[in-house]
Write a protein that binds this ligand. Structure first.
Ligand SMILES: [Zn+2]
Length: 592
C-alpha cells in the first residue's frame, strides 16, 4: 500500500470541519470566535479545551493536547494515522488514494483548484451585490426585496445580490482574466454547443456558504418569467447539495447558541424569518433532508424542527425526514414536525402573524414520537389482527434503526401505549440487538505543559507568529530564498512555511501543521497557533511581519558578506559578483 499523497491530506483537511469532528464526540459550546469544552484528554471541571474554527486547530490550555482533525481522531479514538485519515475521508464519501509510481499532478491540481473556485465564487458574489446596487435594471430586484420587507441589514448579512438579465454579464465581468475559463467549473456559466453563457440571468442571488463561510454556490430566484422559479448551482468540486444547508453559516454567525434549528424549504423562507428575528432557520438546497444534514444539525443543536406543507406531499416528506432522523435519535435530542396551514409558506406565515405567534406554533410542533404515532393511526387499524400485523411490519424496521438508550426506551413506551399493551409485551418489536458498548475515552494526554518560558523574542519568532495569525501575509513575503540560508533556529522553518503558504493559499492551520507532523518544528508551530494574538490590526501585522523579514534578510546578508570577505583573495569571479550584490542590497535595506 503506497503512501497517502500530501495533497490529498491538504484537500481533506480543507473540506472537513474540525468543529464538527470534535463536536460529534465532545459537545462544544461557542465562546466568542472559538468553541470550548471540558478537555477529553485530562480530568477537569472548567473547560480549557479550545477549538478554533478559523485555524482548524484545537488546543488544551490545561494539558497541552493539540492538533488538527487527524490528530484529534488519533488521540480521541486511538486510531493510527492512516485510519484517522480513512475515517475522515469516509465521512466525506471519498476514497483515500495511494501514491503509485505515476506522477501526482492531478492531486496537486485539485487542491489548489478548490481554492481557486472558492475565490472565484466569492468574487462572483461581490459582482452580484454590486449589480444590486448599481445595475440600470436593478429597480425590479430592489422592488421585489422591498415588497418582501427586507432591510438592508438582512440583505447584507445574507450577501444578497442581483444577476442582471442578458446572457454575457458575468462572463463579461471576468473578461481577459484567467479565472474566466473556470466559470463553468464553478457552476456559474453554461457551456453548450460551443457557446458559453451565464447560468443565472435576471435573478435575485442568494450566495450559499459552507460552515466555514466560504462561497460554494448560489441560489437564484427568478424575477421575470424564466423557469425554474428557483435555480441552484449544479454540483461542483466544492458544492455538494446533499450536505449543505442554506443559512447554516449565517445562523451560527447570528446566534451564540443554537438551541433550536428550524428547517424550511427555500432561501426566501430563511431570509424572511431572519428579517422577523427568527435567525435559526436553514433550508435544504432542492433535496430532501438527508441523514448527513441531520448529523450536521445535531452537532450544533439539540432540537431540530422541520417545517412542512400541511398537504399530502408535505406529510410524505415529513415521514422521510422521520426515517432519516430515527437512527440519530438519542437522549437530549429532539426532532419535531410543524405543518403549515394550507397555502402558506414560512415566509408568508411569519409576515402575516409575526414572530411571537410563529414561535408559538413552533412550540406546538409535533414531537417525533407523536408524529410517528399519528401516522400509524392513519394507516393501521389496531382492532383487527391484520392491523396489528401491519403495525409490526411497519414499526419493526424503523425501531431497529433507533440506537439503544433512553430515547429508544421512551419511544417504545409511547408505541406500547398506542398499541395498548405493556411495554415488555412489545418485545416482538425488538430485533434482539445487544446494547452497543460505548468505547470509553481513555486518558491519554499529550504531555506538553503550558506556560513554558517563551524564547527570546526574535525577528524569526515574530515573523512565524504573525504568519500563524494571518497566513495570507505569506503572499506579501516575496521569495523566501533571499534569506533562507541564514543559520539561525527557525529560519528554515519560516522559509518553508512561506513557500508552502504561497503555493497553497487558503490552507487552514490544521492542514499546515500536518506538513510537520511529529517534528519539533510542528510542535513549535502548534504552540504558536495556540497563543493569543497580541495585535490584530491587519496593517500593523503586515508592517511588523515585513519588518521582521527585513531584519532576517539583513542578518543573512551580513553573514554572507562576512563569509565572502574572509576568503576574499580566493573568491571566484561569480563570488566577487555576489559579494558586490550583497553589499548593494545591504545598502538598499539600510536606506529603506
Ligand atoms: Zn487537556
Amino acid at each position: 500500500m503506497g503512501r497517502i499523497p500530501q495533497n490529498f491530506i491538504d484537500d481533506l483537511l480543507s473540506r472537513v470541519d474540525l468543529v464538527e469532528v470534535v463536536d460529534a464526540r465532545v459537545p462544544l459550546k461557542k465562546a466568542g470566535r472559538e468553541f470550548t469544552a471540558c478537555c477529553p484528554f485530562h480530568n477537569e471541571k472548567t473547560p480549557s479545551f479550545t477549538v478554533s474554527p478559523a485555524k482548524q486547530f484545537y488546543h488544551c490550555f490545561g494539558c497541552g493536547a493539540h492538533g488538527n482533525a487527524i490528530g484529534f481522531l488519533m488521540a480521541y479514538e486511538h486510531l493510527e494515522f492512516v485510519d484517522a485519515i480513512e475515517s475522515l475521508a469516509a465521512g466525506l464519501g471519498v476514497t483515500v488514494p495511494r501514491e503509485g509510481p505515476e506522477p501526482r499532478a492531478g492531486a496537486e491540481r485539485r487542491s489548489s483548484d478548490n481554492q481557486a473556485l472558492y475565490d472565484l465564487l466569492e468574487r462572483a458574489g461581490r459582482y452580484f451585490r454590486h449589480q444590486l446596487k448599481n445595475h440600470p435594471e436593478r429597480a425590479r430586484a430592489v422592488d421585489y426585496l422591498q415588497r418582501r420587507g427586507l432591510s438592508g441589514e438582512i440583505a447584507r448579512d445574507f450577501g444578497i445580490g442581483y444577476a442582471p438579465p442578458g446572457w454575457q454579464h458575468l462572463i463579461g465581468a471576468f473578461n481577459g482574466q484567467p479565472a474566466q475559463g473556470r466559470l463553468a467549473e464553478a457552476g456559474l456559466v453554461i457551456e453548450a454547443d460551443g457557446k458559453r453563457y451565464d447560468r443565472f440571468r435576471d435573478r435575485i442571488m442568494f450566495p450559499i456558504r459552507d460552515s466555514r463561510g466560504r462561497y460554494i454556490g448560489f441560489g437564484g430566484r427568478v424575477l421575470g418569467d424564466d423557469t425554474p422559479k428557483y435555480l441552484n448551482s449544479p454540483e461542483t468540486p466544492v458544492f455538494h447539495k446533499g450536505r449543505e444547508l442554506y443559512g447554516f453559516f449565517e445562523a451560527r454567525q447570528a446566534l451564540r447558541d443554537l438551541h433550536r434549528i428550524l428547517v424550511v424549504e427555500g432561501y426566501m423562507d430563511v431570509v424572511a424569518l431572519a428579517q422577523f428575528g427568527i435567525r435559526y432557520a436553514v433550508a435544504t438546497l432542492g433535496t430532501a433532508v438527508t441523514r448527513e444534514h441531520l448529523e450536521r444539525l445535531f452537532r450544533t443543536t439539540q432540537e431540530v424542527v422541520f417545517c412542512f406543507d400541511g398537504d399530502r406531499a408535505g406529510r410524505d416528506a415529513a415521514w422521510r425526514g422521520l426515517e432519516n432522523a430515527l437512527p440519530l435519535m438519542r437522549e437530549g435530542y429532539q426532532v419535531r414536525f410543524m405543518f403549515l396551514p394550507e397555502g402558506e409558506d414560512p415566509d408568508s406565515l411569519v409576515r402575516r402573524i409575526g414572530k411571537a405567534a410563529f414561535e408559538d406554533l413552533l412550540e406546538k410542533a409535533l414531537p417525533l414520537s407523536q408524529f410517528f404515532i399519528d401516522q400509524l393511526r392513519h394507516e393501521v387499524d389496531l382492532g383487527s389482527l391484520d392491523g396489528r400485523a401491519r403495525l409490526v411490519e411497519k414499526v419493526r424496521p424503523l425501531l431497529a434503526t433507533v440506537p439503544e438508550g433512553i430515547y429508544r426506551h421512551l419511544l417504545l413506551e409511547r408505541l406500547a401505549e398506542f398499541a395498548r399493551v405493556a411495554p415488555d409485551q412489545l418485545g416482538w418489536l425488538l430485533d434482539g440487538r445487544e446494547p452497543a458498548l460505548r468505547r470509553a475515552a481513555l486518558y491519554r494526554p499529550t504531555r506538553e505543559p503550558r506556560g513554558k518560558r517563551r524564547s527570546a523574542p526574535s525577528a524569526v519568532r515574530h515573523a512565524l507568529s504573525h504568519l500563524v495569525l494571518a497566513p495570507e501575509l505569506a503572499a506579501r513575503a516575496g521569495d523566501p530564498s533571499r534569506f533562507s540560508g541564514l543559520r539561525l533556529p527557525g529560519v528554515r522553518l519560516l522559509a518553508d512555511l512561506i513557500d508552502l503558504l504561497q503555493r497553497k493559499p487558503g490552507l487552514s492551520w490544521g492542514a499546515v501543521l500536518e506538513h510537520w507532523r511529529g517534528t519539533d518544528e510542528g510542535r513549535h508551530l502548534a504552540r504558536l497557533a495556540a497563543e493569543e494574538p497580541l495585535i490584530e490590526e491587519p496593517e500593523l501585522l503586515e508592517d511588523e511581519f515585513l519588518g521582521a523579514l527585513q531584519i532576517i534578510e539583513r542578518e543573512f546578508l551580513r553573514q554572507r558578506r562576512e563569509e565572502l570577505e574572509e576568503r576574499f583573495r580566493s573568491l571566484s569571479e561569480a563570488e566577487k559578483l555576489e559579494l558586490n550584490q550583497v553589499m548593494v542590497r545591504e545598502r538598499a535595506l539600510r536606506n529603506a
